[in-house]
Write a protein that binds this ligand. Structure first.
Ligand code: AYL
Length: 531
């Protein structure tokens, strides 16, 4: 029993990502496309199109061909979109790497994706070099320059002849982000040109906009939320994307004020700051029309508090949520602008909900105990079908088959309910995944690192709720090797060196044995009950 989207279907253009996303900008070449929020530098839509042509030409001249993977390990700057679209126009596949990753984590992704080139910045070069040595990467490009490396000017050089690469949008990959999905280690998520073009096209009718949208891009472009919703949707509107390399509240507030930002797409920790921090009172944020939160559950009261606080300062901002996952390019559900609601709907969308299924998107809610459709109004695992569903996991047919079934339904591992209006609320998560500040933390990945410690015989990781922050924090249950006197602090220090800060183990409990099923699966429910 498929539940249809309440919105009319949209037609998905049969175009590559650069062709589709940069089309609106061609109509307004002199308008700003990208602004550096700290320095104020501007790239117009016309310049963007030229730079993209140059990057594609120069990658081709360096020997890259259709299907080759280019890893990008960069914070948000106005050059990230130039590099991404250049890679895409060359028919190559951009694999984005989290800026906080350790050399081990970077090396895993470089090897797994088979990346040929790594594009980074000088500040990240030490980690990039250490990782590249253990991988097939044969060139590191350093955008802002470093001795012995090609740089941005080389990618923008005028000499290389333009390339026209034949792209089949439905088959050819454009990006390869990593996600652990419902279980196991991070896997390359194969997203095609069509997946991304579809997701942008599906979201646009839900925004009531003029040509003058200004979007603040502080959430990272290396995450699919940043890539599709902030960068590509912003450019596809013909609007301006204002980049910030990291979240600093003061920079964020000043940028909204000075650039008259109209839309912010954020994650829950930013809303917490907007609700509580005294600095917020010092800035004029009245240009903001919409704040949309996604990537993790947002508390309804917190959303209301931000809306009320900002409206009291002037303006008419709405705070609402969207939902999705990397494997969905990423959006499947969102809350439309107040004047873009589905036909016949005139109420308010509750702030604790994630809104409606977007156009061309079908859903099912499946009762896990019976495998049948849940009764109306009852909770069930959310399944999603639509043109934004990934092609599959790279080199992992088994994981692909257990995530996307034969009929094309993607099993999200999230539990939701739907009301009579077609409004969904996410109420639980039945997959292993832990979320910290909207980032993925995969228990299986942390367990693999723990077990590598010579004094650890076995380990299991779960997320435990932190009342104060509303976050989930990773907790490790550790079985010491015989004779070992390993301490909790030593375990946490060891992990601190191996994994990025958002994946750090926050609690350790020593146990005699990890509870497992007869098939060897960790019984996480038992551990959760115990924690
Ligand atoms: P990934 N409420 C609760 N959980 C959520 C929400 C939400 N609004 N959004 C995402 N999640 C969880 O791959 C959920 O468990 O993509 C989901 O399976 O890093 C998991 O995060 C996916 O994590 C937007 C804005 C989609 C963001 C995104 C999500 C990108 C996160 C649409 O408008």
């Amino acid at each position: 029993m498929a539940l249809a989207s309440p919105f009319p279907d949209v037609e998905i253009p049969n175009k590559s990502v650069p062709e589709a996303v940069l089309a609106a900008g061609r109509e307004r070449p002199d308008a700003p496309a990208l602004i550096d929020g700290l320095k104020g530098d501007v790239i117009t839509h016309g310049q963007l199109a030229q730079y993209v042509d140059r990057v594609a030409a120069n990658l081709h001249a360096r020997g890259l061909r259709k299907g080759d993977v280019v890893a990008v390990f960069c914070p948000n700057t106005q050059w990230f979109p130039v590099v991404f679209h250049g890679i895409a126009a060359a028919g190559c596949v951009m694999s984005p790497i989290n800026s906080l990753y350790t050399p081990d984590e970077i090396a895993f992704q470089l090897k797994d994706s088979g990346a040929k080139i790594l594009i980074t910045i000088s500040m990240f070069l030490d980690r990039a070099t250490a990782a590249a040595e253990k991988s097939p990467v044969d060139e590191i490009v350093v955008l802002d320059g470093a001795e012995g490396h090609a740089n941005l000017f080389d990618l923008l050089g005028a000499d290389a002849p333009s390339v026209q690469v034949d792209i089949d949008p439905a088959e050819d990959l454009v990006t390869l982000p990593y996600s652990s999905g419902t279980t196991g280690l991070p896997k390359g998520v194969m997203l095609t040109h069509r997946n991304l073009v579809a997701n942008v096209t599906q979201c646009l009718p839900l925004l009531k906009t003029g040509a003058d949208e200004r979007i603040i891009a502080v959430l990272p472009f290396f995450h699919i939320y940043g890539l599709t919703v902030l960068m590509n949707q912003g450019l596809a509107l013909g609007g301006t994307v204002v980049t910030l390399p990291r979240f600093e509240l003061e920079d964020f507030l000043r940028t909204i004020q000075d650039h008259k930002i109209t839309r912010a797409f954020v994650a829950p920790p930013i809303l917490l700051a907007l609700a509580k921090h005294p600095l917020v009172d010092q800035y004029d944020l009245s240009s903001l029309q919409s704040i949309l939160s996604g990537a993790a559950p947002l508390d309804e009261q917190l959303a209301l508090a931000v809306e009320q606080r900002l409206r009291a300062k002037g303006g008419s901002v709405t705070v609402a949520q969207g939902y999705g996952m990397t494997e969905l390019s990423p959006v499947s559900h969102t809350t439309p602008d107040p004047d873009a609601m589905p036909p016949g709907f005139s109420g308010e969308v509750p702030k604790g909900s994630v809104g409606f299924a977007i156009p061309n998107t079908e859903c099912r809610l499946i009762d896990p105990s019976t495998g049948e459709d849940a009764a109306p109004g009852e909770r069930g695992e959310l399944w999603v079908r639509g043109p934004q569903v990934m092609k599959g996991y790279l080199n992992n047919e088994e994981a692909t088959r257990s995530t996307v079934d034969a009929e094309g339904w993607l099993h999200t591992g999230d539990v939701a309910i739907v009301d009579d209006n077609g409004i969904y609320t996410v109420v639980d998560r039945v997959k292993e995944l832990i979320k910290y500040k909207g980032y993925q933390v995969a228990p299986a990945e942390l367990e693999a690192v723990l077990i590598n410690h010579p004094e650890i015989a076995d380990a299991a990781v779960i997320g435990v709720p932190d009342k104060e922050s509303g976050e989930e924090l990773p907790k490790a249950f550790v079985v010491r090797a015989q004779g070992s006197e390993l301490t909790e602090d030593a375990v946490m220090a060891y992990m601190g060196e191996k994994v990025a800060p958002h994946k750090k183990i926050r609690f350790v409990e020593f146990i005699d044995q990890v509870p497992k099923s007869s098939a060897g699966k960790i019984l996480r429910k038992e551990l959760k009950a115990r924690a």
